[in-house]
Design a protein around this ligand. Sequence first.
Ligand SMILES: Cc1cc2nc3c(=O)[nH]c(=O)nc-3n(C[C@H](O)[C@H](O)[C@H](O)COP(=O)(O)OP(=O)(O)OC[C@H]3O[C@@H](n4cnc5c(N)ncnc54)[C@H](O)[C@@H]3O)c2cc1C
Length: 403
Amino acid sequence: MTDSRCDVLIAGGGIVGLAVALEITRRFPRLRLLLLEKEDRVGRHQSGHNSGVIHSGVYYKPGSLKAALCLEGARAMIDFCRAHGLPHEVCGKVIVATRKEEFPRLEELRRRGEANGLSGIRLIDAGELREIEPHASGLRALAVPSTGVTDYAAVCEKYAELIRKQGGAILTSTAVTGLRELTGEVIVETGSAEFSATYLINCAGLFSDRVARMAGGEPDVMIVPFRGEYYHLIPQRSSLVKALIYPVPDPQFPFLGVHFTRRISGTVDAGPNAVLAFRREGYRRTDFSLRDTASSLVFPGFWRMASKHWRSGLHEFHHSFSKGAFVRALQRLLPEVREEDLVPGGSGVRAQALRRDGSLVDDFQFVPNGRMLHVLNVPSPAATASLVIGREIVMTAEKSCGF
Ligand SMILES: Cc1cc2nc3c(=O)[nH]c(=O)nc-3n(C[C@H](O)[C@H](O)[C@H](O)COP(=O)(O)OP(=O)(O)OC[C@H]3O[C@@H](n4cnc5c(N)ncnc54)[C@H](O)[C@@H]3O)c2cc1C
């Protein structure tokens, strides 16, 4: 696209922005679509720094958007990978209770999974757990056979290729820096040019609240970055894990607890934890941004969240700074794992929306506003469900913006 006028402009080339673009170019081939991504490639942030799991839908509250979209999205993702020759495997997973107090929560997960329409999930005893994962230790577990793994960076590249084939344009190294809504159009400023769009869809991930604010709106939520740090099992010890071994998650917290993931590449990851980050794209412990930290500290919900979750927050910091503590958490699932079996892996930063009342937004959140639609909370399992999230966002935009 050489002119600066388009029908739909998407800010953000992560898996969600790309899935929206894919849906629009497929359903509305005559619309001129432009996607702007600030990095030099698509999928550089959350979408390229995740665990690569195709979630099955067992965790989510029945009736939530997450529950509705995960199951369908997982099937769509597997079909997509199959159709385009992308690496994937349906390897199954086990969620392991290591203490009796976790039994009711494990049972609740089974109920949720069944209510969400998963087939094949079942509670198993310690003996059966050992047949599936010979080195795992637990009192009871939930076997979830439909969980899989893929490579979401490769999925993003494929989405981008298809968008271009279907006539959409993607400009990388172009950050949205300002937005103005005029009669009948939205003016989108970047460092180098201005674009005029009839509709704007904000899929800026860790910066989605800031992009929403550029338009003069005051979203009810602020994005809080939570870094997830990984270790890798050294190749000589990777046979300790066959597929995916998860703990029973804490229902007070939207994260799943450190677990083992055999990636599609064969590497076994341990993690991620969930540490409050002091920079939105802060992949290292030492990363700090005054602007990001200050904006968190002045948001009223931040202090309310801190007063509620300070204990688990400190626990996560401890696990971040102490490899020993991290390993002890893992040993509850896999007693044979030792500190020397693990080497530092990468990290990812989750964009988690926080309300003014201090509660963390659990479900996906898409907020229409005039000619714009802001995607303000698309945490895990959004990579899994990206194809159907794209469809839902386009349907919401169709209703609210009318294209
Ligand atoms: C550690 C970790 C593990 C996870 N594991 C899984 C998993 O196993 N399975 C699963 O389904 N989900 C998982 N997730 C969640 C999943 O990765 C995210 O939900 C998903 O990637 C969100 O996609 P996105 O497009 O919204 O965000 P992103 O991928 O972050 O994309 C947003 C894009 O917007 C761009 N951007 C920001 N500001 C601007 C601007 N001003 N102008 C232009 N572009 C801009 C950014 O550069 C970025 O590329 C995990 C996430 C993390 C962090």
